[in-house]
Design a protein around this ligand. Structure first.
Ligand code: ADE
Ligand code: ZN
Length: 324
């Protein structure tokens, strides 16, 4: 089964490119760009990756992202992830980036996007890996700041398939961004949002009803409402679940407690993803292996999870069929 997991061609739908920054590249870029980081050794970094909740991770993740300064840095970051895709047999990936983490430091939107985009173009040429780019609004910032970022993105619309919502969930509900997401939808962007990672089911309901999402990122708290479970099942709304992330950020005490198998058995459209793999101890295959080893997943479960990802991707229908 482990060989099956490794060998199956897979898609990934929930991956923050800034969350693939490996400690080695962080050091290299910190030195090159003369950015101070609070670590002396790789060991120091690994020790710091010991999280208690989402916010404790985000503080470290945003500090790490400060080493990214030039187009070449964003290219290098993305290319390293592409090499992990090759290792993990990921043949299609839909990656998030957080423009505001960079534009608020004086790095232009174009610098960030062009570095990511060129690496993804080379990934297609060199390995045949296909991809889409989704830009996320940081929900700890205001809707007004989100509107500014959306304006900045409009000249690059052809390169960005959708918009998402990430960062600190608790206290920053979907309703804060209703107008912004309405405008994004009117502009033709696909819509996703992190919801029900730490927040209660109201965050998932409001993502569906106010933001009109095409997919829910995480969504694990849905299990607390039978009515919501029924709706997610009927509408087959994709949930991009990230097992390693949920364990590292203490949503569940252990893999044995993770609810992905329950969600799947209920008939929800669940997918497996790595979120921020450099911070959460493993890329996509390791996420599959961890749930397989702890939750009694069958071969059919694994195949279903993989098919769900291709089906729930933003590939056009003709291309999807070729992958399935
Ligand atoms: N940004 C990067 N990873 C995230 C996560 N798991 N939740 C919210 N925002 C994020
Ligand atoms: Zn995420």
């Amino acid at each position: 089964m482990i060989d099956l997991i490794k060998n199956l061609p897979k898609a990934e739908l929930h991956l923050h490119i800034e969350g693939t920054l490996e400690p080695e590249l962080m050091f290299e870029l910190a030195k090159k760009n003369s950015v101070e980081i609070p670590y002396k050794t790789i060991e120091d970094i690994k020790k710091a990756y010991n999280f208690t909740n989402l916010q404790s991770f985000l503080d470290i993740y945003y500090a790490g992202a400060n080493v990214l300064q030039t187009k070449e840095d964003f290219y290098a970051l993305t290319w390293e992830y592409i090499l992990k895709c090759v290792e993990n047999n990921i043949i299609h990936t839909e990656i998030f980036f957080d423009p505001q983490s960079h534009t608020t430091r004086g790095i232009s939107f174009e610098t960030v996007l062009s570095g990511i985009k060129e690496a993804l173009e080379d990934a297609k040429k060199e390995f045949g890996i296909t991809s889409k780019i989704i830009m996320c609004f940081l929900r700890h910032l205001s809707q007004e700041e989100g509107f500014k970022t959306l304006e900045e993105a409009l000249p690059f619309k052809k390169d960005i398939i959708g918009v998402g919502l990430d960062s600190s969930e608790l206290g920053n509900p979907p309703s804060k961004f209703e107008q912004l997401f309405k405008k994004a939808k009117d502009e033709g962007f696909k819509i996703v949002a992190h919801a029900g990672e730490e927040g209660d089911v109201s965050y998932i309901y409001d993502s569906l009803d106010l933001l009109k999402v095409d997919r829910i990122d995480h969504g694990i708290q849905a299990i607390n409402s039978k009515e919501l479970m029924q709706r997610l099942k009927e509408e087959q709304i994709p949930l991009t679940v990230c097992p390693n992330s949920n364990i590292e950020l203490k949503a569940f005490e252990s893999y044995k407690e993770h609810n992905i198998k329950k969600l799947l058995d209920y008939g929800l459209n669940v997918t497996v993803n790595s979120d921020d793999p450099s911070y959460f101890k493993g890329y996509l295959n390791q996420n599959f292996i961890n749930i397989y080893e702890n939750l009694d997943l069958s071969k059919d479960d694994i195949i279903k999870l993989v098919k769900n990802s291709f089906n729930s991707s933003f590939l056009d229908e003709g291309t999807k069929i070729k992958y399935l």
